[in-house]
Ligand binder design. Sequence first.
Ligand code: HEC
Ligand code: HEC
Length: 266
Amino acid sequence: MNTETKRKRKASARPWLLVLALLVVGIAYSAVAPSQSSADTEMTQQIAEGKALFDVSCSSCHGLNGEGQSAGPSLVGVGAASVDFQMGTGRMPATRGEAQIPTRQNVYTQEQIDAIAAYVATFGPGPAIPEQSQYDPEGLTEEEIARGGALFRANCSACHGIIGGGGAMPEGKRAPSLADTEAVHIWEAVRSGPQQMPMFSKEVLQDDDVREIIGYINNANEQPRYGGLGLGDHGPVTEGLWIFILGIGGLAIIAGWIAKKGARAR
Ligand code: HEC
Ligand code: HEC
């Protein structure tokens, strides 16, 4: 082959290279761009759906733009996590003003809650609904769960009791039992601080800390009940009751025996 034919071949390859380059760019673009724009429309659709639901079910108390009014606080900056918690535990939509809004059976689908949460998140930045990896206690070691117990006693038990059984608060309010609370709602309560509960930021409790606390709460509620008779696990009171029954019962039998003997002796 002489240099002349080599140069010719190179020249004839050039248009093909251009076509190839265009193809690559085209494929790359189609892989990225349309998926992004369809995600965008999905997003705005979800927010529009959330706004429609919010206007009907929530705005009467929280205001048309979540700015708050006398019947409900401002939702600016509370974040999607707070909405998911409040609706997931059936607190919201509240039916009327009460000292402590009770939990009820949630009647909304998760899609509807997600939509309202996405809409509320547009009012101002706040904690998002967590990924499962952020709250799922699966796979924690015993050591980590024990650490969760220490964190729980330091941060939560003053209100919720040593193993999360709940406790009374001032003004007739309660810190509820955590025995049946879902892991995701525990995470969201910690991050949003409902009512008188303080809000714990990531600086105070990292996600791993919260996971360990969740692991501890779950573990504490799975503990078997010890003792054959159970005695209700109430300690001295029931134990005293058994001593009373056995003790007085025993005395009654002895008294009866003495009385019989006395009768025979006469
Ligand atoms: C009858 C009035 C009423 C309605 C309707 C209502 N809320 Fe509320 N909402 C309240 C009150 C009062 C509080 C404060 C609760 C408390 O402090 O215990 C509250 C608290 C909240 C919070 C917690 C705010 C925070 O600081 O973390 C969220 C989130 C919320 N509501 C969302 C909603 C959503 C979403 C709806 C509709 C699905 C809704 N609410 C409907 C009265 C209402
Ligand atoms: C100052 C008292 C206080 C402290 C400290 C506190 N909480 Fe709470 N917590 C409350 C009150 C009060 C409520 C009820 C809020 C309501 O009904 O709106 C609550 C609600 C909750 C709920 C919702 C339970 C349910 O089933 O609906 C969870 C979960 C929770 N707290 C977890 C925690 C954890 C975990 C900690 C520690 C990191 C903690 N709390 C620290 C007072 C407290």
